[in-house]
Design a protein around this ligand. Structure first.
Ligand SMILES: Cc1ncc(COP(=O)(O)O)c(C=O)c1O
Length: 411
């Protein structure tokens, strides 16, 4: 059956999604030998392979077939408590029954969208923001509002101005705001403590919920700033913040363990829609692993590894990128957000791939890129995202040298 003939068979939600650029357009196939400066993957030698193997062995020796059964494993049942303990270290007093384990932060965001959004619910996001979250929100609502980010994270002052104007003019106000306040993807910036407080006040004033995506929250290069969720006066429910966590960056993305921590009614509703679409075996192995290791020590090691890699990449950028190109100094996480005045990074990508280097063009982190458009320049077209997390120093240097050559041509 031809593609178009399917149109009437799909649900409204799918028809809406099909009007957008297909998910993953930002990740083209790479030619052999291409240096992957695009990849937000953990450094290969930080993945705790042998510890996870040991954890799996211990688990099976102790629990036999349990982790393979529908009934699940005793150890996996402890995961919400282990995650709650971890959040407590960061000042978030969530109880285990306020935690829903999900298949990564992505499923957490998807479940939150499923239970909170109607077709026309206004959702506020950062501009730029994590493109997969944008893809998820687009599947549920047509109404996405975007607010700029600077070196101190989301520009809460701009948000406040716009909300006041919207209220004055009787325009719809966001019901939900999605933010990555710490080591943001793609900018690497961190929201200042003052802005965090202002954002919580705005949420009260305008009655919206904040989804705090804390995927990189522990991977800061300086002192850790308290998460929004820790400032939210749990009495005993949080007032405004729905916290999304992930073990992808501190353990490994392939275990697909993330979570929601928030008000019990929300966690319960998200659980209905999650059904049993989790990974009990992986959850059990991860819970066993977390019970056995010193996570503080591991997090400190990871901070050191990524701080070092970010410094190497900045050195390479200074050496190889043309005059006029600048970037936000990353405060943590995996990424550097690079400004390329006059250079259209989406149009330049095929040249870069041929030259053997991949990056993510900046447009994909903005809502406007979702729909085909004749506008020659979209927001983000003079920006690109590089990742320093995955590559060795030599690979990174080679990739940035190739990128510099591409950017210097036909400026
Ligand atoms: C901001 C942000 N949130 C969530 C994720 C994905 O997390 P998970 O692997 O737990 O789905 C990423 C991964 O790149 C991310 O950058």
């Amino acid at each position: 059956m031809a593609h178009d003939e399917w149109e009437h068979r799909f649900a409204r939600r799918v028809r809406r999604a099909r009007r957008y650029t297909p998910p993953g357009a930002w990740m083209p196939a790479l030619p052999p030998g291409c240096v992957r400066l695009s990849a937000g993957y953990p450094a290969p030698d930080t993945v705790p392979v042998s510890e996870l193997v040991d954890a799996a062995h211990r688990l099976m020796r102790r629990e036999g077939d349990g982790p393979y059964q529908y009934l699940g494993s005793e150890r996996a049942a402890q995961l919400p408590e282990l995650l709650a303990n971890r959040m407590r270290v960061r000042g978030i007093p969530a109880a285990p029954d306020q935690v829903l384990v999900t298949a990564g932060a992505c499923q957490a965001i998807d479940l939150i969208a499923q239970v909170l959004l109607d077709d026309d619910t206004p959702v506020a996001v950062e501009a730029p923001t994590y493109m997969e979250a944008l893809e998820v929100f687009r599947q549920y609502t047509d109404h996405i509002l975007a607010y700029p980010v600077d070196g101190d994270g989301l520009m809460v002052e701009a948000l406040a101005d716009d909300l006041a104007q919207r209220r004055r003019r009787g325009l719809p106000l966001p019901r939900l705001l999605y933010t990555i306040p710490s080591s943001q993807n793609p900018t690497g910036t961190t929201m200042s403590p003052l802005r965090r407080r202002m954002l919580l006040e705005l949420a009260e004033m305008y009655d919206f919920l904040i989804v705090e995506d804390d995927a990189y929250g522990e991977l800061s290069f300086g002192s850790l700033i308290p998460p929004l969720a820790s400032l939210d006066g749990w009495t005993p429910e949080p007032r405004r913040v729905v916290y999304v966590g992930s073990l992808s960056k501190v353990v490994a993305p392939g275990v697909r363990v993330g979570w929601i921590a928030g008000p019990r009614p929300l966690v319960e509703a998200a659980g209905w829609f999650k059904k049993d679409l989790g990974h009990p075996f992986a959850e059990a192995v991860v819970a066993e692993y977390l019970s056995a290791i010193d996570l503080d020590l591991r997090v400190r090691d990871l901070q050191r590894v990524y701080r070092q890699r970010a410094a190497w990449m900045e050195l390479a950028l200074r050496q190889h990128l043309p005059e006029g190109v600048s970037w936000f100094a990353p405060r943590g996480g995996y990424f550097i957000w690079v400004h390329t005045p006059g250079i259209h990074t989406a149009k330049r990508l095929p040249d870069a791939l041929r030259a053997g280097v991949a990056y993510v063009p900046g447009r994909y982190f903005f809502q406007e890129s979702g729909r085909p458009s004749d506008v020659p320049w979209l927001p983000g077209d003079e920006w690109l995202r590089l990742s320093f997390s995955y590559l060795s120093r030599e690979e990174m240097d080679l990739g940035v040298r190739r990128l510099g050559d591409v950017l210097k041509k036909n400026r």
